[in-house]
Design a protein around this ligand. Structure first.
Ligand code: FES
Ligand SMILES: [Fe+2]
Length: 456
């Protein structure tokens, strides 16, 4: 494919052809300004070391210095809609017991009994509690964390009830997402989220709810697995079926501060890798337009027809009015990342949330939470969050009930790279990965931010 090879400053070169911004600005249903704003900066071009993906020492450092110092997406508010509802979020050995209080607020406690350390509720589970009762000897706390009773209290004259309240950790919410921070000196969540609340001002994520949650084991370190979703550069070789109906080399990448980044890649356009002009009719066909009974009339584009189709079908399915939603918000792949491991898509037809965590102490495996959100019709109460569907490395996403088969296939293609990547970096004589200045800048940002935490 043709690219502009320039001797100008590194990071300034871009793929030839219309940019994501150009394409979106041409849409008749105008996108909000945040989508077309750009925020790239060059972060250097040195190789980024492989050892961090398989080193036990780096894993331990992450556990000591990064995971407990960052705000982590723990669950959705609809996991704990009612007073006394609880949910456990864990990463490595860290475990938070999150409980809705009677006044609607949320508290989070270290998920460990103050008697002999028993886990109070199992990792990853949701429950509705009367009290918090340890299953081992029955010490019991109120859902506000205050110690209520100890069997044979006469034997524990040395236990002061106030001192034996459960240990609270920082918890806060934004956009219907519940975050926890295991640090005793956590910065305010809103400061940590940087530009995210401003970017999402027009996308109130609290008005959405979780409809499908797949939890898959991936055969790669959590960072490597996550990086497979931070760029569209791999679409050419990994997802070639997408070239006829999606932008890739012309995707837009943005980074803000240390914690936030974004890509936007357009749907309903052709990859710049494909030679020659593709007609709008061909693009619409590649989007499955024939099966959907879609056709172009005068002046229509594949983007306008496909997005209009989704406005009516998805609007009807969800019971919401999507007539005011722009083409880009309807169909494009718009993905924000918040360090260390959280990604959200504000789009309507691609409404995913991702979370990546280490799989215990196995540095070569990770847990990938893939969630889909739906808009909640005004005046209705969202249903309680569904339980995660857990699938192993070998199980296809397409086997999960409710998963869109086209998307499932794409995620399978991503998975198929990971085991080989894990092996390949260990075989390599070259000690690090060589990243594109623009298309892979989000990976570099994550690794640079991680280094800041690890060396703090
Ligand atoms: S360990 Fe919890 S009551 Fe004994
Ligand atoms: Fe992919």
């Amino acid at each position: 494919m043709a690219t502009i090879q320039t001797k100008s400053a590194p990071g300034t070169a871009r793929c030839e052809g219309p940019s994501t911004r150009d394409i979106i600005l041409k849409d008749e249903h105008k996108a909000p300004g945040v989508i077309t704003e750009e925020s790239y900066r060059y972060l250097g071009d040195e190789d980024v070391d492989y050892a961090a993906y398989y080193s036990e020492e780096v894993h331990r450092l992450e556990m000591d210095k990064m995971w407990p110092e960052t705000w982590l997406f723990a669950c959705r508010e609809e996991h704990i809609p009612n007073p006394k509802d609880s949910h456990v979020f864990d990463v490595g050995d860290y475990s938070a017991l999150i409980i809705r209080q009677s006044d609607g607020s949320i508290k989070a406690f270290i998920n460990s009994c103050k008697h002999r350390g028993m886990q109070l509720q199992e990792n990853g589970t949701s429950d509705s509690l009367k009290v918090i009762r340890c299953p081992f000897h029955g010490w019991t706390w109120g859902t506000d964390g205050k110690l209520m009773s100890i069997p044979c209290a006469w034997d524990f004259p040395h236990v002061d009830n106030a001192e034996y309240a459960l240990d609270e950790i920082a918890v806060d919410t934004w956009g219907g997402f519940v975050f926890v921070n295991f640090s005793s000196s956590a910065p305010p969540l809103m400061d940590y989220l940087d530009v995210l609340p401003r970017q999402f001002a027009g996308w109130p994520m609290q008005n959405r709810h979780l409809v499908l949650h797949i939890q898959k084991t991936l055969p790669a370190n959590w960072k490597m697995a996550q990086e497979a979703f931070l760029e569209a550069y791999h679409v050419l070789a990994t997802h070639p079926q997408g070239l006829a109906s999606a932008g890739d080399a012309n995707a837009q990448y943005d980074i803000w501060g240390d914690h936030i980044s974004r890509f936007v890649h357009t749907i309903g356009t052709r990859s710049p890798h494909l030679k020659g002009e593709g007609s709008e009719a061909e693009i619409l066909k590649a989007l499955g337009g024939d099966d959907l009974g879609l056709s172009l009339k005068n002046g229509d584009t594949a983007r306008s027809v496909f997005s209009e189709h989704l406005r009516s079908t998805l609007g009807e399915a969800m019971g919401v009015d999507l007539s005011g939603v722009s083409t880009s918000e309807m169909i494009d792949s718009i993905e924000y990342h918040c360090f260390p491991n959280f990604m959200i898509f504000p789009g309507i037809s691609l409404p995913m949330v991702y979370r990546f965590r280490p799989d215990g102490d196995n540095v070569d495996q990770s847990i990938f939470d893939l969630m889909f959100l739906s808009l909640t019709p005004e005046g209705t109460t969202p249903p309680k969050a569904p339980e995660p569907v857990k699938i192993g490395i070998e199980t296809s996403y397409t086997e999960v009930e409710g998963m869109n088969p086209r998307l499932g296939n794409i995620y399978d293609q991503d998975t198929s790279n990971l085991a080989r990547l894990t092996k390949g970096i260990k075989a390599s004589r070259k000690k690090g990965q060589t990243l594109g200045n623009y298309q892979e800048v989000r990976i570099r940002q994550v690794r640079q931010t991680l280094d800041k935490y690890l060396s703090a």
